[in-house]
Ligand binder design. Structure first.
Ligand SMILES: Cc1cc2nc3c(=O)[nH]c(=O)nc-3n(C[C@H](O)[C@H](O)[C@H](O)COP(=O)(O)OP(=O)(O)OC[C@H]3O[C@@H](n4cnc5c(N)ncnc54)[C@H](O)[C@@H]3O)c2cc1C
Length: 276
């Protein structure tokens, strides 16, 4: 069973500061770590490899320093890691990120075949949770989000069953393989890495691809050029005034909501394309 895990290097948001002048993240104020949800993704892939055999590959888009996040995955037990790194990827929103990762996955699918793609539920910095479903849509495989347990994998019939977290409980979903899961932290406990893995990780050098190593890439869909999203403004969480329920039918609720937003319009004003 060949499993690909998409992993992101993120600033440690428990420590990161917000620049009070620009209201943007001061990325230099916190160490870079492996996105915690992605560590759970790698752990799950390693668990499935133990049962079904095959290989665990990790894929990351990021600057050269993101090698360290890939090495961390090798510590957890990944077999190999690819970093796609190029100035032309820089400034990507989730649309451009999922396009770049999709192009790398296409190449890996041709190389080795992939039965399952895993992503974290979200990245703790960008926090959109859109990248996984975006990749699945582009590859044309089912996205199963918020997975808390892999119930069953049947490689003969190419089917799997997972348990998904929903608002008031969980549901069991069956899907054909390949598919893409986004995982919650409840899916497993990330174990302490055994010494041989740590030694291997210390010497491990990820394979680095630039845009030129990928096939049939539309440059216009990469990086800042391929990113229609603009982060207009960020501000620290305001003190909650408490939730207010709006009564009435949907039309009345919508018009009340718009009225309230217009009253608070300074909170929603967009001031040009600052970066997250
Ligand atoms: C206009 C604009 C400019 C931006 N410029 C920058 C910038 O210069 N620098 C910057 O760091 N961010 C920038 N961002 C943020 C960047 O778009 C997001 O971090 C990125 O698209 C991923 O989205 P997310 O963090 O919400 O991930 P989510 O969708 O929440 O992540 C879910 C999962 O997707 C996978 N995943 C996400 N990102 C990656 C990745 N890079 N590689 C592999 N797997 C991944 C992981 O499995 C992760 O758990 C910018 C955003 C916008 C809108």
């Amino acid at each position: 069973m060949n499993i690909l895990v998409c992993i992101k290097q993120v600033p440690d948001t428990k420590i990161i500061k917000i620049n009070p002048k620009t209201n943007t993240l001061d990325r230099s104020s916190a160490p870079a770590i492996l996105n915690p949800y992605d560590a759970h993704g790698v752990q799950e892939a390693v668990r499935l490899r133990k049962i079904h055999g095959g290989k665990v590959t990790v894929l990351c888009m990021g600057p050269p320093m993101a090698r360290e996040a890939i090495k961390k995955c090798v510590e957890i037990g990944a077999d190999e890691g690819y970093l796609i790194s190029d100035r032309r990827f820089a400034g990507a929103d989730t649309l451009a990120t999922s396009y770049a990762l999709y192009k790398a996955i296409q190449k890996l699918m041709k190389q080795d075949g992939i039965d399952l793609v895993l992503c974290g539920k979200h990245a703790i910095d960008g926090d959109t949770g859109q990248t996984g479903p975006g990749i699945a849509r582009r590859i044309g495989i089912p996205p199963l989000t918020n997975v808390i347990k892999v119930e069953e994998v049947d490689l003969d019939s190419q089917q799997m069953k997972v348990r998904r977290k929903i608002e008031k409980g969980y549901e069991i979903i069956q899907s054909k393989l390949p598919c893409l899961l986004t995982v919650e932290k409840e899916i497993n406990t990330v174990a302490y890495s055994p010494l041989p893995n740590m030694l291997r990780a210390a010497r491990y050098e990820p394979i680095v691809w630039t845009v030129d190593d990928l096939e049939d890439v539309d440059i216009k869909q990469l990086g800042l050029k391929g990113s229609p999203t603009i982060v207009g403004k960020m501000w620290p969480p305001a003190k909650s005034e408490g939730a207010k329920m709006i009564d009435g039918d949907v039309k009345k609720q919508a018009s009340e909501l718009v009225k309230h937003m217009l009253e608070k319009r300074e909170l929603f004003e967009v001031k040009g394309g600052e970066q997250a």
